[in-house]
Write a new protein. Structure first.
Lengths: 456, 276, 309
């Protein structure tokens, strides 16, 4: 009988040997042995990629003996449920899949496990798992890292880009009429003036066709959508390099005001109920073929461009990165991350599951079922390249701009959405609304966030 | 008021009631139809009253998305909290209706005040409290929460119904050799049955339809239908057919339940006759 | 017969009031407890978002901010008052009228009443979604017919229109809760003693006089009850409106409950959120107390819901 210390030394030597000599010999089955019988509880938003995860999980369970339980809630329910769990410190969840604006709040409150330890643990880390090479680095660092620490891996890497109806834009009669009126050829918009011209041209509500469809409800959707205009017009909310930095408030800059004025001008070519529409409504309109062009999510593309049971415009939709503005052709970095709470009692098992899910095969499977992978090699796969939106999505990833992941970011969002919405009803001018938003955001963030453009 | 109503009045009354029924029911009927529509029919610009029905929505959500246990959860939560509410609330209401003790009216008003605080403010403390008790994530937590919330309703409604029963009736029963408790259980409660049924129905509905506490206090496995409904509204397009299917299943038991107790609700409410 | 003997002992020796104990205890432990916790939280800076604010005592700072520095709260508060007054008064008039018609003219009420009750049985979460679908600007059934009959212009939609959105949420509340008033008032009407009514009719009083002089005073306690319960619940209205409009467009439908939700569940600013909630509670409490006392005095009897026996 070996002594405990002896076993420990032997084990240590063995693992060192393994590391040095047999790096390739790491297997999930071996790594998972100590955690067999554990249950990993995963919580996230009820969407196709999570459904795909739930379908894949039994493979993991079989290989490891680790049980995976998946809980699916609506977007804000998923966030609230997790927030309460974390604050009660009871550790019900082992893997939380959360949108990236929550990151700062969780990280600064000590709710999240820094994964560096596990990444350096040869017993846990699959040597073939090299996130720094295998993932879109910028989005990953924005959505899963905070203040230089790695807390997780991307569950979905999201962005918005332009969707347009190829059948309408290439219709010879439309092309002729369009050219006669605007003096240039009808084609997918390259800049915002063209975008508005196209919206105006196709705005025929009596025929059930709208030029565009804005997601202008008082809802996060409005914030997400408007940021594309803001960034493209050369504006931003804070004057910073990354989401975890605090800095001067510039959301009422002339560029921002121009972006809001422009956005407002599109309301004229958008459905009458746009002030109450969010992603759900514009998706339905798009699927019914009632919209010529809009700015929409990459992970919703599947349901409009591929899924014939849901969409009447399969094969008639083209995709491109958002039009050019003063700020260039840009996107925004958004995504949900796999994170591990500090209070989880199955952290190693949770890590193994996340690592396994990040593998190529699982990512491909998830992506093809309506997911939005964070792996460029999955985007490069032949099946994925066949999807009409892959290039637009990849381009948008490259052009992605960060947004705040500070602890106060959800409150900042709430302020902005309220003011944007007030301005869209005509209650306030763009300038007045953004001034109010800037003042409140500056007050919220404190001394690190002075106002670059003092409100009048 | 027993003199026969004149004809135009009857016609007018029925016309008004007919309009009321149409207004009350059309939205519901529309959802019933929606639950049998496919996506194309759901989104037709001109409302479709006739269409080729599909049965796909129900299995898609209840089996495909595994929502059927949610219906069971709803049933367990609402039934338990209603039973508890009546068992605890009705005797209290009887005491308020019949007996005097110092501070009675203040205590009575206090029950009402428990309904006044916005649930959102109590939700977080209640969550932490149930966590400390170890009851969090169990159905007990939400049953207790719903019971405490609906108690004020029971106490307030039932006091009125008990008070409507003349005191002489229980006094006569006591004279006949029954105890006060016996008089309450065997004489007063049956007389108050219609009111009791109406109160129970309300408790059941309030618990069945409640969202916030159910969402916060119960674990995923125990979540009722209300908590499951928002999960069908997604950035990938809301599954309106499935939302409708869940909404129908979520209302059906209550409609049936009310229909059953309706007999007591309406026919039995004849305190006047007893009063003689 | 031991049970009933024991019952006799307990109840007849004046221990009867103890029967209110279980109810009181439950309410005290599970509602008043958390409520006190909330009141305490209102005196702290507790936030789930900001790590530096972990519940330090700040005295009345939150209330100072609320009173002096939060126009959004007061706007939403006044909006809520308007909502409650409008919705509850319309519900009461319609609900009472329907109850009276049913009471007077319908012999077999069972089916009719059940049908009328359906709106209030649907979960508020579902009601919100149903009305979102019905009022949706492009596929909404109600939108379509409103446009068809000219109630709504082609390029307008109810929930996007600054003029229509508030009346719409009032109307939907009326749609949902008028049946509650009908149910309770019908029960009240059915339980009215016949003798005073018959006596008045013998004296030759017309139906209007009988209604005003005899029935209405007798119904006062029930009316008070209905108004109180509806008023309180309308004040707390949240799910339907939140799902339909999210408080928007702008802040046109931001009821105080929605505002409180944002502070507590979006910003996780629990200290301030508790102050907001407490303020709401306080105002409802004061309004209810005034109302309750008024009924109590005018009814001129010790128990406001005291029966007719």
């Amino acid at each position: 009988m070996k002594t405990f210390a002896g076993r420990l030394i032997m084990g240590g030597i063995a693992s060192v040997l393994l590391q040095v000599a047999q790096a390739g010999a790491w297997t999930l089955e071996e790594a998972a042995k100590p955690y067999s019988g554990a249950t990993v509880r995963v919580v996230g938003e009820a969407l196709p990629p999570l459904e795909a995860l739930a379908k894949l999980a039994p493979q993991f369970e079989q290989a490891t003996g680790i049980d995976v339980e998946v809980e699916m809630y609506e977007h804000s329910e998923a966030v609230n449920k997790v927030q309460l769990d974390l604050n009660s410190r009871r550790g019900r969840y082992d893997v939380i899949i959360q949108p990236h604006r929550e990151l700062g709040k969780f990280a600064t409150n000590g709710h999240l496990l820094d994964l560096a330890g596990f990444m350096n643990d040869a017993a846990l880390r699959d040597p073939t798992f090299k996130p720094e090479e295998q993932l879109y680095e910028k989005p990953w660092k924005e959505i899963s890292w905070y203040d230089g620490k790695m807390y997780g891996f991307p569950f979905t890497v999201l962005n918005l880009f332009m969707w347009y109806r190829t059948d309408l834009l290439s219709d010879p009669k439309e092309m002729e009429g369009f050219k006669a009126k605007y003096g240039y050829d009808l084609a997918p918009a390259q800049n915002w003036d063209q975008y508005r011209d196209i919206a105006e041209w196709f705005y025929r509500p009596d025929q059930g066709l709208y030029g565009t469809a804005l997601q202008a409800k008082r809802h996060e959707a409005l914030w997400y959508e408007w940021l594309n205009f803001l960034y493209s017009f050369g504006g931003d909310v804070l004057d910073v390099k990354s989401g975890s930095e605090c800095g001067p408030v510039i959301v009422n800059s002339p560029q921002a005001v121009a972006a809001l004025d422009y956005y407002k001008s599109l309301l004229a070519y958008s459905p009458p109920d746009s002030l109450n529409y969010f992603w759900d409504d514009v998706m339905a309109l798009m699927q019914q073929g009632k919209v010529a062009e809009l700015i929409m999510w990459n992970d919703a593309t599947y349901a409009v461009a591929v899924d014939e049971t849901a969409s009447t415009v399969v094969g008639k939709v083209g995709f491109d990165i958002t039009p050019q503005g003063e700020g260039g052709k840009v996107g925004q970095i958004e995504g949900w991350s796999y994170l591990v709470p500090t209070y989880s009692k199955n952290q190693q098992a949770a890590f193994l599951f996340m690592q396994w899910m990040m593998g190529y095969d699982r990512q491909l499977e998830q992506h093809l079922n309506g997911g939005a992978t964070g792996r460029p090699d999955v985007y490069a796969a032949a099946e994925v390249q066949k999807l009409p939106y892959s290039n637009a999505s990849m381009a948008a990833h490259e052009a992605g701009r960060p947004k705040a992941t500070l602890p106060q970011s959800s409150e900042m969002t709430d302020i902005l959405v309220r003011e944007l919405s007030s301005s869209l009803t005509g209650e306030k001018s763009s300038k007045a609304a953004l001034d109010t938003a800037a003042t409140e955001i500056s007050k919220l963030l404190g001394s690190c966030a002075p106002m670059s453009y003092p409100a009048l | 008021m027993d003199r026969p109503a004149s004809r135009p009045w009857v016609a007018f009354a029925w016309a008004v009631l007919a309009v009321a029924v149409v207004v009350a029911l059309t939205p519901y009927l529309w959802i019933v139809l929606a639950s049998f529509k496919n996506r194309v029919d759901l989104f037709a610009s001109i409302p479709k009253w006739t269409f080729t029905p599909t049965l796909a929505n129900y299995p898609a959500v209840f089996i495909g998305k595994d929502y059927w246990p949610l219906a069971i959860n709803s049933l367990v939560i609402s039934t338990s909290s209603t039973a508890l509410c009546i068992a605890i609330g009705a005797p209290a209401a009887y005491v308020f209706a019949r007996m005097d003790f110092p501070g009675k009216e203040d205590l009575f008003f206090f029950f009402l005040t428990t309904r006044m605080a916005p649930p959102i403010s109590i939700a977080v403390p209640l969550f932490l409290f149930f966590t400390a008790l170890g009851l969090i994530d169990t159905i007990y937590a939400v049953v207790i929460a719903h019971t405490s919330f609906n108690l004020s309703l029971v106490v307030w409604m039932m006091r009125g119904f008990f008070a409507d029963i003349p005191r002489e009736i229980d006094e006569a029963a006591v004279m006949d050799g029954r105890s006060r408790l016996g008089a309450f259980l065997f004489i007063v409660v049956p007389l108050a049955a219609p009111g009791l049924a109406a109160t129970a129905v309300l408790c059941f509905i309030l618990s069945w339809n409640e969202f916030l506490y159910a969402f916060i206090l119960v674990a995923f496995e125990g979540r009722p239908l209300t908590v499951g409904i928002p999960g069908l509204v997604t950035p990938h397009g809301t599954l309106w057919g499935q939302v409708a299917a869940v909404a129908i299943v979520a209302t059906l038991p209550i409609v049936v339940f009310t229909f059953i107790v309706q007999r007591q609700l309406v026919r039995g409410l004849t305190f006047g006759a007893v009063k003689g | 017969m031991t049970a009933s003997t024991r019952g006799t002992l307990l109840l007849d020796r004046g221990v009867g009031p103890l029967l209110v104990l279980p109810a009181t205890l439950l309410v005290v432990v599970f509602l008043v407890g958390p409520f006190y916790y909330m009141m305490y939280t209102a005196l702290t800076d507790l936030s789930f978002a900001d790590a530096s604010r972990n519940g330090n005592f700040v005295g009345l700072d939150n209330f100072r901010k609320l009173m002096r520095d939060d126009p959004l709260f007061w706007d939403s508060f006044l909006l809520t008052l308007r909502f409650v007054v409008l919705a509850v008064s319309i519900e009461f008039v319609l609900g009472f009228a329907l109850a009276f018609l049913i009471f007077r003219f319908v012999a077999r009420q069972r089916l009719l009443t059940t049908l009328l009750l359906i709106p209030m049985m649907i979960a508020p979460v579902a009601v919100g979604l149903i009305w979102r679908l019905l009022l949706q600007g492009d596929f909404g059934m109600v939108t379509y017919y409103m446009r068809k009959v000219g109630l709504l212009s082609q390029n307008a939609a109810v929930l996007s229109s600054p003029d229509l959105v508030f009346p719409a949420i009032v109307a939907i509340d009326v749609w949902q809760w008028t049946p509650f008033v009908t149910l309770v008032m019908l029960a009240g009407l059915m339980s009215l003693p016949r003798s005073p009514i018959e006596a008045a009719m013998m004296d030759g009083a017309g139906p209007v006089r009988v209604f005003l002089d005899v029935m209405l005073p007798l119904l006062k306690p029930i009316i008070a009850l209905v108004l109180l319960l509806r008023g309180i619940d309308a004040f707390k209205e949240f799910d339907k409106v939140f799902i339909m409009t999210g408080g928007g467009p702008g802040t046109l439908t931001e009821l105080v409950s929605i505002y409180a939700y944002r502070v507590n569940f979006r910003n996780w600013d629990l200290g301030y959120g508790a102050a907001v909630a407490f303020m709401v509670y306080l105002v409802v409490l004061i309004l209810c107390s005034i109302f309750y006392k008024a009924i109590y005095w005018s009814a001129n009897r010790p128990a406001p819901l005291g029966g007719h026996g």
